[in-house]
Design a protein around this ligand. Structure first.
Ligand SMILES: NC(=O)c1ccc[n+]([C@@H]2O[C@H](COP(=O)([O-])OP(=O)(O)OC[C@H]3O[C@@H](n4cnc5c(N)ncnc54)[C@H](O)[C@@H]3O)[C@@H](O)[C@H]2O)c1
Ligand SMILES: O=C(O)C(=O)C[C@@H](O)[C@H](O)[C@H](O)COP(=O)(O)O
Ligand SMILES: [Zn+2]
Length: 341
């Protein structure tokens, strides 16, 4: 993908200069402002600093409105550059705002979570939640994405684990990435690069999700439903992990996929394999999924490691997979409210 680079934060000014922007604004959140904004802004002349509260609940139209207002007050134009510095919440909103403000401004993304470095900042899906995950959004490719791994040095362990949920998705989609996770001892540069490049390659072939790109939604049909049902207390990557297990059970029933392989993979990465909800609740939410183009639930189904199909699935099959993967023991750490120990 054009514009995808791996390097230290100190390379940001040269990426910015190439675009010759009229004005420059950083969009970040309160946490990342404190940890990384000064360093990211070094060598960039008088950037505007827009800081939003931290949390998935702020990935909203209200936040977008506040940012649009601020950009207007600052005299931002179509030749101005918005730089999203943060995790997936910030990069998703930055993309959405940049794509809609004056029908499109320059956009740069500097992802600072594992999840955003391997997934959210790549591929041009932007959006906000609106009675459901990412219900309002656009496809809008950034002018650059800078993956600066130094930013992960301040990332809490639980956020690394969150990012591993998407890494596990790639491992089921791609044999090479699966092989890299075989002796997993922690996240490393190669794994991040391979995941990012895998996604970039898929998106290059199918930006607007007409076909091939739909595979990247593996684990997300149930995952998004679980995330929403939890009131966003279950983090995206962990919800995806639970969704991967549901999809794997569907694959087992329909295609003989060995769901034990998925369970092992998730175990190796320290990810949850069970979800805490009733099948009926999840099914209701899944009917609203974006892939239900004609009103029926469509699923990305693993057939074997490195191979998936995308097709409508009978609700009885889904119900069995959801029941088989339910963990109502209360032991599931994913049920803890945000911020609790
Ligand atoms: N557009 C896409 O293709 C795509 C792909 C995957 C996920 N997403 C979206 O991404 C979002 C999840 O992203 P996320 O997991 O990065 O969540 P997030 O943006 O909420 O970040 C997680 C936490 O890490 C903190 N943080 C960020 N960088 C940090 C750093 N370097 N050091 C310490 N703390 C840091 C944040 O402040 C936040 O508290 C979801 O909304 C999901 O829907 C989008
Ligand atoms: O980029 C994609 O395409 C993906 O599906 C990546 C997912 O990890 C991501 O969570 C995406 O936002 C989900 O897509 P959505 O269209 O269902 O919101
Ligand atoms: Zn995702």
């Amino acid at each position: 993908m054009e514009g995808l680079s791996f390097g230290p934060l100190s390379t940001l000014p040269s990426l910015v200069e190439e675009l010759n922007p009229h004005r420059i604004a950083f969009l970040t959140n309160t946490t990342v402002e404190r940890l990384w904004l000064e360093k990211a802004a070094e060598g960039i002349e008088e950037p505007i600093r827009i800081v939003i509260p931290d949390g998935e609940e702020y990935k909203s139209l209200e936040t977008a409105v506040a940012i649009w207002k601020r950009l207007q007050e600052e005299g931002f134009t179509r030749k101005s550059l918005l730089i999203g510095l943060g995790g997936g919440v910030v990069t998703d909103i930055a993309g959405f705002v940049a794509s809609t403000y004056m029908r499109g401004t320059l956009l740069g993304l500097v992802p600072t979570t594992l999840l955003a470095q391997v997934d959210a900042a790549i591929g041009g899906k932007t959006g906000v939640n609106f009675n459901g995950k990412n219900m309002i959004g656009t496809f809008y490719l950034p002018n650059f994405v800078l993956i600066a791994q130094e930013t992960l040095s301040t990332l809490p362990e639980e956020e690394i684990r969150n990012g591993l949920g998407e890494v596990a998705k790639y491992a089921l989609l791609d044999r090479n990435i699966y092989a890299l996770t075989r002796n997993f001892e922690g996240i490393n540069e190669t794994l991040i690069k391979e995941c990012a490049l895998f996604k970039a390659e898929v998106v290059e072939k199918d930006l607007i999700e007409g076909g091939l790109r739909r595979m990247l939604n593996l684990g997300h049909t149930a995952g998004h439903a679980i995330e929403k049902l939890s009131g966003y207390r279950i983090k995206h990557g962990l919800a995806v992990s639970m969704g991967l297990m549901v999809a794997s059970k569907v694959g087992e029933e329909l295609y003989g996929f060995d769901s034990g392989k998925a369970e092992e993979l998730l175990g190796r990465l320290g990810l949850p394999t069970g979800h805490p909800f009733r099948a009926k609740e999840i099914l209701e939410e899944m009917r609203l999924d974006k892939k239900a183009w004609y009103g029926r639930i469509t699923f990305v189904i693993p057939v074997e490691i490195g191979d998936v199909v995308v097709e409508e699935v009978d609700e009885a099959v889904l119900k069995r997979a959801l029941e088989a993967t339910r963990d109502d023991s209360g032991s599931c750490d994913c049920q803890k409210p945000r911020g609790s120990a």
